[in-house]
Design a protein around this ligand. Structure first.
Ligand SMILES: Nc1ncnc2c1ncn2[C@@H]1O[C@H](COP(=O)(O)OP(=O)(O)OP(=O)(O)O)[C@@H](O)[C@H]1O
Ligand SMILES: [Mg+2]
Length: 306
């Protein structure tokens, strides 16, 4: 069973705006899923529909196997939501907000649990402060603590690190990884590619209300982390056989004199320098050397511009 299963989901707002078009998406239990997309792509709309805050137009959504409308109370209790907008000027004290929120879901009170959440979010020292006296980054962490107050099975975070400094962003990432280790499924939206690259198991890209791609991060990076080495060889005075054997060995593509080598570089191996040293060793002259790099950011920009 998947944590979330979405089939043929459509959403048109009352003003006629089509915010989501035929979304099919599943989130596996225990994974960190990142939904990447530019402003207005439909990320918040999707999260809000899953969490039952916004009504869908058509389609089906299951949360741990249950329909999110027919079984709203049960599915909502399995969900923790950190909305994009943070409520800022609460006079309520941090711990009371958490207790109240936990109570809303009919969970027996447990300050032990709430204290452990505050502690892992480095908020213990602000436990008795009014929320309005906290910094922006702290308020955001309170929102996360609040979303976790009823021990949900899946946590939705709508742009959790917008406006958060680099250090805190990294702290939050490791916190989310810890939550994952405890078995909490995590669904987050972001427009920081770096964020998706750092913590996601799988990445979905959404643009104009449509999912463009859903893929394991490792596969995406492999696919898009590929580099191209392009060069030309002067075939005169050279043994064609030697050149052809290298072309075969490295699976090079050739078009006229132009040769292209597609490869993936990582910290352990650099296939391009292997190739170049082999060409040198065999005294094959090459020129017009050029390296082209595809990173996730370029790919993302290309995808959403289509
Ligand atoms: N209540 C609403 N009524 C009408 N249109 C809406 C409403 N809420 C959102 N929209 C529109 O739906 C589209 C998707 O908005 P949504 O907030 O889901 O985008 P998003 O991907 O979360 O963007 P951002 O990165 O800016 O938060 C936008 O065109 C937006 O203007
Ligand atoms: Mg949004």
């Amino acid at each position: 069973m998947n944590a979330i299963e979405i089939k043929n989901l459509n959403k048109s707002y009352q003003n006629g705006l089509k915010a989501l078009e035929n979304i099919n998406l599943s989130v596996k239990k225990g994974e960190i899923f990142a939904l990447l997309g530019p402003n207005g792509a439909g990320k918040s709309t999707l999260i809000n529909i899953i969490c039952g805050i916004t009504k869908k137009s058509s389609g089906q959504i299951r949360v741990f196997g249950r329909d999110n409308e027919a079984d709203y109370k049960k599915t909502r209790s399995m969900i923790g939501l950190v909305p994009q907008e943070i409520a800022t000027d609460s006079f309520e004290r941090v711990i009371n907000t958490l207790r109240f929120s936990r109570g809303l879901f009919n969970k027996p009170s447990s300050d032990r649990y709430l204290d452990s959440v505050l502690n892992s979010l480095e908020l213990s020292h602000k436990k008795s402060n009014q929320i309005r006296t906290l910094s922006g980054g702290m308020k955001r962490r309170v929102m996360i603590a609040k979303a976790l107050s009823h021990e949900p099975n899946i946590l939705f975070l709508d742009e959790p690190t917008a406006g958060v400094d680099v250090a805190l962003r990294k702290t939050l990432w490791s916190y989310l990884n810890n939550l994952k280790k405890q078995g909490v499924t995590i669904f987050l939206t972001t427009h920081y590619i770096e964020e998706a690259e750092n913590i996601a198991d799988r990445i979905g890209v959404i643009n104009n209300g449509k999912i463009i791609i859903i893929e394991y991060k490792k596969k995406l990076l492999k696919k898009f982390g590929e580099k191209k080495l392009i060069f030309t060889i002067n075939r005169k005075n050279k043994s064609i056989n030697t050149i052809n054997s290298i072309i075969k060995k490295y699976e090079l593509k050739q078009k006229g004199n132009k040769i292209t080598f597609n490869y993936t570089q990582n910290s352990k191996k650099d296939p391009a320098s292997d190739l170049l040293s082999e060409l040198n060793k065999r005294s094959i002259r090459f020129q017009d050397l050029e390296i082209k790099k595809n990173n996730l950011e370029e790919i993302f920009i290309n995808l959403v511009q289509k």
